[in-house]
Ligand binder design. Structure first.
Ligand code: PMP
Ligand code: GLN
Length: 383
């Protein structure tokens, strides 16, 4: 069998969720909300299921969903997108990532990545035969180091993956950082796969798509996820916005990988995207409240936390409590002895790269306030 895949470990999210189940722990590991998404969206899907919307959808997505994606680009970012040629609906952002990478990257090409990184990026690159060039954000402020970033770009650079707001770091890239990235991308004639699944989950900072910067429209493939925007992570409906020359190639990759995405869910996601601004405001406001409960509680327990301006996640420094344990050992200890599951942040670094930091764990705060309070009580008791 394929040597790379046979030796690829099971994802840390599955491992920690299994441990959480084993120890009856509160699962602040894998990032999924513990409340369902809006009932009206779910009802539209249920109606569509009963309304015989159950055969193959068009390859690039239902026209009503592509229209809603284009409209959302206009409403939030002032981007003028042609729904017929510049949107591709995918089965989750995960498929979108694979399709975008396949659309522009070939074996031997270099791809710039920023660590800590989401765990599917590296395996996808490896399967294509591309070469990752990782740049590490610097704790405690998740600073983007300019010289290292510059050095990661070279004559073989074909693309970059930029995840903002970022998993696991909770970082939202600033205008200045985006300008630096855009400059390097243009200088090296590269593409950018913009993983913006947490675009609507920011806390008093503005998410700026790289695609909105001057001359970046033609180079960016912008990825969104209904899972994150509507708290329906199991649905796996994603969407790519890209200039038509790229979108048509992304569509070819989608044709080969999946072909078409569940039509009933697509109809419901179109309904979701068209919700008014108040929905999106309360989505981020509710989540911010949860972040604050968790972060304040962790501070009371003596944890330092790193900035978390967006996403479902906050990273805490374990140094004061870990008693020499690595992040992996500490996370295992916490799930067993405190009954709280987290994710060790070293899992988000290239296993073939330099030694990663071993003093950080990631908490997901997309959980009910009472669950977060209970997790904090458990931590207090155990530590
Ligand atoms: N990118 C990032 C950064 C994510 O955190 C996730 C989901 N956890 C995904 C992509 C995948 O999204 P989806 O579930 O829509 O495939
Ligand atoms: N994106 C989610 C997280 O980071 C998990 C997705 C998964 O389990 N693959 O927790």
């Amino acid at each position: 069998s394929n040597t790379y895949l046979s030796s690829l470990p099971t994802t840390v999210f599955t491992i920690m969720s299994q441990l959480a189940a084993k120890y009856d722990a509160i699962n602040l590991g894998q990032g999924f909300p513990d409340t369902e998404g809006p009932a009206d969206i779910i009802n539209v899907a249920a109606e569509a299921l009963k309304d015989n919307r159950n055969q193959y959808a068009p390859l690039t997505g239902l026209p009503e969903l592509r229209q809603a994606v284009a409209e959302s680009n206009r409403r939030f970012y002032g981007l003028e997108i042609d729904p017929a040629t510049e949107v591709v609906v995918t089965s989750g952002a995960t498929e979108a990532l694979a399709a975008c990478l396949m659309a522009v990257v070939e074996a031997g090409d270099e791809v710039v990545l920023i660590e800590p990184l989401y765990d599917t990026y590296l395996p996808m690159l490896k399967m294509i035969g591309a070469v990752p060039k990782c740049v590490r954000l610097q704790p405690p402020h998740w600073k983007l180091p300019e010289e290292e970033l510059r050095a990661a770009f070279g004559p073989k650079t074909k693309a970059m993956i930029l995840n903002s707001p970022m998993n696991p770091a909770g970082k939202v890239f600033s205008q200045t950082e985006l300008e630096l990235i855009a400059g390097l991308v243009k200088e090296h004639d590269a593409y950018v796969i913009c993983d913006e699944v947490y675009e609507h989950l920011t806390f008093h900072v503005k998410h700026i798509p790289l695609m909105t910067l001057p001359n970046m429209r033609e180079r960016c493939m912008r990825i969104g996820s209904a899972g994150k925007s509507f708290s329906l992570t199991g649905w796996k409906v994603g969407y790519v916005t890209a200039p038509s020359a790229l979108a048509s190639v992304v569509a070819k990759a989608h044709q080969v990988l999946v072909f078409a995405t569940a039509p009933n869910l697509q109809r419901a996601v179109a309904h979701g995207l068209n919700k008014d601004d108040s929905y999106y405001k309360s989505l981020s406001a509710d989540l911010e409240l949860r972040r604050d409960i968790l972060v304040e509680g962790l501070h009371r327990l003596g944890f330092e936390t790193l900035p978390a301006d967006g996403s479902y996640f906050v990273v805490a420094d374990t140094s004061r409590h870990a008693q020499g344990r690595t992040d992996v050992e500490f996370a295992e200890w916490l799930v067993e002895h405190a009954g709280v599951a987290t994710i060790p942040v070293s899992a988000f670094y290239d296993p073939e790269g330099a030694e990663p930091p071993r003093n950080m764990i990631r908490f997901a705060f997309c959980k009910k306030p009472e669950i977060l309070h209970e997790a904090l009580r458990r931590l207090e008791k155990a530590l």
